[in-house]
Design a protein around this ligand. Structure first.
Ligand code: BG6
Ligand code: MG
Length: 223
């Protein structure tokens, strides 16, 4: 994985910011594989193709848009009612996977960073597209480490719309230019940039574009 040289684990804006907003899936916990397995089982059940490579396009994307992408890949159209049924089927399978999530599933560096930021007075928030975010955070045992949780239940406006980030800043009365966002999906980086927040990408700088800093994991951050 290529790391943008300018980052080097240093994110100067971090200690100057007032609110650090974290995407959940792929930043705090690696749930992408569970989303993949659940979508793949749904696809197989109706004879559609869905590969690991296709799954990259679903990162950060809402549940309904995810299904539309799978249908587009397969050049297939379905009724609104059938699409509702398939989303529910996928979600029921996904819930079976995330039921097993435990505190040790938190990705390296995430908990330490949250505890540190809060100890120096920086507010913390979740900005996730997932309607299952509360259940995942509960399984990880870290719900109490966030001042705000904004997720797919809070707003229908999906990334790259910045709502999932601006709502927590608005609730906490913090200007957007004093917020920093940690994201592993292009839609999320675009959302942060649309709100004029500092974007830190967790991932490859050749895939994720426009972020100010690039890290492979939160454990890389030098505090
Ligand atoms: C995002 C994931 O966090 O949440 C997407 O990156 C997912 O892959 C989206 O589709 C919605 O999740 P859920 O749990 O509401 O189906
Ligand atoms: Mg993500």
């Amino acid at each position: 994985m290529e790391i943008n040289k300018q980052t080097n684990g240093l994110v100067p804006e971090l200690l100057a910011c007032k609110l650090a907003i974290f995407d959940l899936d792929g930043v705090i916990v690696d749930t992408a594989h569970y989303h993949f397995l659940a979508w793949q089982q749904m696809a197989e059940s109706i004879g559609l193709n869905f590969t690991k490579q296709d799954n990259e396009r679903l990162k950060g994307v809402s549940r309904s848009r995810s299904l539309d992408i799978i249908l587009e890949i397969n050049n297939t159209q379905l009724t609104a009612q059938k699409k509702e049924e398939l989303q529910e089927q996928k979600n029921n399978r996904y819930i079976q996977y995330i039921k097993t999530i435990q505190p040790q599933d938190i990705l390296p560096g995430a908990k330490e960073l949250l505890v540190y930021l809060r100890s120096v007075g920086i507010k913390t928030a979740i900005g996730s597209a997932s309607k299952n975010a509360p259940m995942v955070l509960d399984g990880l045992g870290i719900t109490h480490l966030f001042d705000e949780i904004v997720d797919g239940n809070t707003t229908q406006r999906a990334k790259p719309d910045p709502a999932v980030f601006t709502i927590s800043a608005d609730r906490l009365k913090i200007p957007y230019n004093q917020c920093i966002v940690f994201e592993d999906a292009q839609a999320g980086i675009d959302a942060a940039l649309a709100a004029k927040m500092t974007a830190v990408a967790i991932g490859d700088s050749t895939i994720l574009q426009g972020a100010k800093y690039y890290l492979t994991t939160l454990a890389q951050i030098k505090l």
